[in-house]
Design a protein. Sequence first.
Length: 202
Amino acid sequence: MTTTPDANRDDIDRPSNVLLLAPSAASDADAVCEELLHATGSDRTHALLVTPLDSPADRLSTWTDRGDDPARTTVIDVDTGARSAAATASASASPGVPNATVEFVPDATDLLGLGETLDDHLTSTGDERTSLCVHSLSALLGATDTESVFKFLEVLTSAVERADAVAHYHLNPDVHDPETVTTLEVLFEAVVDLRTDGVTGP
């Protein structure tokens, strides 16, 4: 399924912030994530991955095995206390990807601190163009609450636009009530819904 504009489309047609609704049974979620990560239209991409759910190594393996690695990768590992001991132990290991680094955020409830970390990366990219993946909002919602995540996203989506970056945000609609999903949807220029193979927005 094609979910994003191709690299030849004008930037004005490419949404900066995309919500990816990926239910638990969505087998194509990783392929769509990879496609969205490569939506910068640039051959100098800085992949910025936020992973409060999986370990950095596990999250990287979902798309680096497909080739076409970005010029640089930064993984922001957010501790929600929900991982297994094995996954937590592997978080500090080498990500095994060229030009990749891992930074650790010790408290998923500190969304202000997480936002500041992301803003630092968004505003210091040089000649690269950043592609941000947040996997997932469901994990942040589990650690905090809808109002806090909404405010966090209000600031982050604006920062992405200012930085001329692109971003997508995973959300599992199976574990949230429809009101929560609807509340967050309004913050995004486009929504990719893997339950229906539909794309809304530009």
